[in-house]
Design a protein around this ligand. Structure first.
Ligand code: C5P
Length: 329
């Protein structure tokens, strides 16, 4: 049994990222509003699967190519590896990744690639007659690969909690963004370490309360946008008023230039500008696609790597899921 297809793995932005105190396992409790955007990696999959008994070696059979990432370190290879162990089947063939999402940029590119391959390979196993892997099992494998991977298994925006494994679909209106892609990579682990050194201590209870207040405010935006109460400009204003990222302070300390990039977005008309995830990508929210494009042109003229990308509105993603193979914006 084989699968041959080209799939698009979207990047994400965090419109909200609240970080709680460190947990005993070293991770931090999160509360985040995450949204897939139209900036995508492209993956060409050519995979075959057979039972372990017929092919004893682990996924060396799959050739993973991705410019800029050593083959052995690719998270896509790890995704195939954990699925092989869980299913006791083996994959062969190739995965070619055409990177459009910058690496270690706070946009979740590697996590999205991994989720995309995990879902496609699981579907291949199902059609090849392997014992069924439940969605719950797939989500566990996803978390093993990284905290952002479970988000990418589902399509669409979500409220994300826990370490990243609690993913609740969330209706967002369409949003028009301009992203300033970074010149440097910022390792997530290092940003969290700086956060721990610099942030004031908050108890788990205080963090839960902060999350609850934020959730109420985002739910009001969700309800108003569902009822069509906001209008196009109102959407950008309402979302902009709630955007916040606890990792900005530590990341701005590590890359002081980020503050200037955020200011540049505000200077060309962004309703709000924020760093995504652990950075260093910063993005602005604009009232329309035209406004985002005009801003990107101005910023590109003065040397920024500015790209336009939108968050598709909830209605554009109706009924989609990674599990049925219709992923991505
Ligand atoms: O899960 P992932 O491998 O993406 O996490 C990378 C690093 O980010 C972790 O080693 C940890 O330092 C930090 N992290 C965290 N809390 C989270 C997610 C990530 O502290 N919820």
């Amino acid at each position: 049994m084989m699968v041959q297809m080209v799939v698009r793995a979207p990047a994400k932005v965090n419109l909200l990222l609240l970080v709680g105190p460190p947990r005993p396992d070293g991770y931090h409790e999160l509360f985040s509003v995450m949204a897939p955007i139209g900036l995508c990696d492209e993956l060409e999959l050519d995979l075959a699967a057979q039972p372990e008994a017929a092919s004893p070696t682990q996924s060396d059979g799959v050739r993973v190519t991705c410019a800029g990432v050593a083959a052995g370190e690719n998270i896509v290879r790890r995704a195939l590896g954990v699925l092989e162990v869980a299913s006791r089947w083996r994959f062969s063939g190739s995965v070619t990744i055409r990177k459009r999402i910058p690496i270690a940029a706070g946009l979740g590119g590697g996590s999205s690639d991994a989720a995309c391959v995990l879902a496609a390979a699981a579907r291949l196993l199902a059609t090849a007659g392997a014992p069924t892997l439940t969605q719950e099992m797939l989500r566990e494998l996803a978390l093993e690969l990284g905290s952002d991977v479970p988000f990418f298994l589902a399509a669409g925006a979500a409220l994300v909690r826990g370490r990243g494994e609690i993913v609740e679909p969330f209706d967002l209106p369409a949003l028009h963004l301009c992203l300033l892609l970074p010149r440097e990579e910022l390792p997530t682990r290092a940003v969290y370490a700086t956060y721990d050194e610099t942030a004031g201590r908050e108890t788990a209870t205080e963090f839960a309360e902060r999350g609850r207040v934020a959730e109420d405010a985002w739910r009001r935006v969700e309800a108003a946008s569902r009822l069509g109460e906001l209008g196009v400009a109102g959407v950008a204003n309402a979302v902009a008023a709630l955007m916040e990222n606890d990792l900005e302070l530590p990341a701005f300390r590590m890359v002081p230039d980020l503050a200037a990039r955020r200011a540049a977005l505000l200077a060309v008309g962004a309703k709000a500008a924020l760093m995504s995830g652990s950075g260093p990508t910063v993005f602005g929210v604009f009232p329309s696609d035209e406004a985002a494009k005009a801003a990107a042109e101005k910023l590109a003229d003065v040397g920024f790597a500015a790209v336009v990308a939108s968050v598709p509105g909830a209605e554009a993603l109706e009924g989609r899921s990674r599990f049925d193979g219709r992923n991505g914006p």
